[in-house]
Design a protein around this ligand. Structure first.
Ligand code: HEM
Length: 461
């Protein structure tokens, strides 16, 4: 894990301070860079710069706070798996809590284990197989509503599609018109996200609702209203459809304010985690296919050969191998979960370094997935990187779109199946072409979104 450090006044080499040994990194506090506007607000550019300059591990400070950025599979494994007990998400997800509350993504320890255990049955293979029919039904609905030659924001379409899927599969609810309300409110919050994370003490200020935060609260209230309607309707019906929502209701029988709030947090977490990520993955995949016609032809050939004009079903998913590889390669280049953070409870060692408690550790799928050491010619879109042989040779912890260790994504199998079913259903009829002049830029918010949407023309195949 050798690291060559550029020599200049801005950088500092590895450094001993008391018991601690810090990795090389930025000489000055990050606030200094921020104030001098030397670092753009885009954290991906900062991470890329750290990786290019320092390689595997870089250290910097934000105020008094130590931060290390990791870009090596061994370090990543240490934090997510080997020393996982020493790391919590708290603080790194503090701002997300303003929206998600204490759901599975943000909770810790006993509360997290209880939530994960309660939800687990909804993600079992057998249950997931039952969701396939709904996914294909929803995809076919949108497929048949498109018209040849029309231009659409495919990012918005994918959001509505995956919202309907998650509502019907995991929450046994048909949202229909409410989908637009929900998606609009979540878009509003995403639009405010950069502002929220830059704003000091936003969690506290939110109670006073200054401009900007008032818009956040309004959007959050709209989301809450939909979620509470859903919870109340389920409770009132008294029916147990075996959905995730029923499991959550069973684990939280009380109907007092705190229990309702907790239920709301759990529901909203799965909603957001379960649709935003998949929708973004699909939007980026349509874009990448439109830019790589040879891969698109291979994909179409497989869809035609395997499905022979029939709609896909759960049993056929494993035969749509190339389609899955297309999605895998898309998740490499545009990982919807583009970075993860952890917070150290105690002092810890990483390789040659020894770091203090309360250090924040940052890891970025976006950066590691594009490292030429692990993915030669990294910007080339090549689904063959995910052939069984190529995968067997690849070093572990160089590709982790779904995270790793105990906090690994609970929805991973569901996401793969949903992606493959939706891609293959839509591609039976259509190919999508980027509208000339449409700007495509990745915007790292809570997820990696196409900043200007994805305007594409629908063309018959
Ligand atoms: C392409 C789609 C998806 C991607 C890229 C993705 C990515 C991730 C990643 C990286 C994590 C770990 C975060 C961390 O350790 O800090 C995670 C956790 C999680 N994901 Fe996903 N996810 C996807 C789809 C889904 C779906 C479909 C669901 C549910 C329906 C879901 C629910 C969750 C939940 C609840 C967690 C928290 C798990 C825990 O902390 O125990 N995700 N996801």
């Amino acid at each position: 894990m050798a690291t060559a450090v550029r020599q200049s006044g801005l950088h500092k080499p590895p450094r001993q301070q008391g018991n601690y040994r810090f990795p090389p990194g930025l000489q000055r506090n990050l606030l200094w860079f921020a104030l001098r506007k030397l670092r753009p607000a885009n954290p991906i550019l900062l991470f890329q710069d750290l990786a290019d300059t320092y390689g595997d591990i870089a250290h910097y400070k934000l105020g008094h706070h130590h931060i290390v950025f990791l870009n090596h599979p061994e370090y990543i494994r240490e934090v997510l798996v080997v020393q996982n007990d020493n790391f919590i998400k708290e603080r790194t997800v503090q701002r997300t809590k303003m929206l998600l509350g204490e759901g599975m993504i943000t909770s810790e320890g006993v509360a997290h284990r209880a939530q994960r255990l309660a939800a687990q049955p909804a993600f079992h293979r057998q249950r997931i197989a039952e969701y396939a029919g709904v996914m294909v039904e929803e995809a076919a609905l949108i497929r048949d509503s498109w018209r040849a030659g029309e231009q659409r924001d495919i990012a918005a379409d994918m959001m509505h599609l995956t919202l309907n899927v998650v509502a019907r599969t995991l929450f046994a609810t048909d949202l229909r018109q409410e989908v637009y309300e929900l998606a609009a409110a979540i878009n509003r919050i995403m639009g405010l996200y950069n502002f929220l994370i830059m704003l000091p003490a936003a969690e506290w200020l939110v109670h006073f609702r200054p401009p900007g935060l008032a818009a956040f609260v309004r959007a959050r209230n709209r989301i809450d209203a939909v979620v509470y309607r859903m919870i109340d309707a389920h409770r009132k019906s008294g029916l147990d459809r075996g959905s995730l929502l029923d499991l959550m209701l069973a684990a939280s029988p009380a109907n007092d304010k705190a229990s309702r709030q907790s239920l709301r947090d759990q529901v909203i977490t799965i909603f957001l985690a379960g649709y935003e990520t998949v929708a973004n993955a699909l939007s980026w995949t349509w874009y990448l296919l439109s830019q790589n016609p040879d891969c698109e032809t291979n994909f179409h050939n497989e869809v035609d050969r395997v499905l022979g004009g029939r709609l896909p079903a759960f049993e056929g998913v494993s035969r749509l191998r190339y389609t899955e590889n297309v999605m895998a390669e898309s998740l490499r280049l545009y990982p919807p979960a583009w970075a993860m953070g952890r917070y150290a409870r105690n002092d810890f060692a990483l390789g040659d370094y020894f770091l203090p408690a309360r250090t924040t550790v940052l890891i970025s799928q976006f950066i590691t997935h594009r490292d030429p050491r692990y993915f030669p010619d990294p910007l080339r879109f090549d689904p063959e990187r995910f052939s069984a042989e190529a995968k067997a040779q690849r070093r572990k912890f160089t590709y982790f779109p779904f995270g790793a260790g105990v906090r690994q994504c609970i929805g991973e199998s569901l996401a793969w199946m949903e992606g493959v079913l939706i891609l293959s259903t839509l591609a039976q009829k259509w190919k999508l072409r980027l509208v000339p002049g449409h700007r495509v830029e990745a915007q790292p918010l809570i997820t990696l979104r196409p900043k200007y949407g994805m305007r594409m023309q629908v063309e018959p195949r």
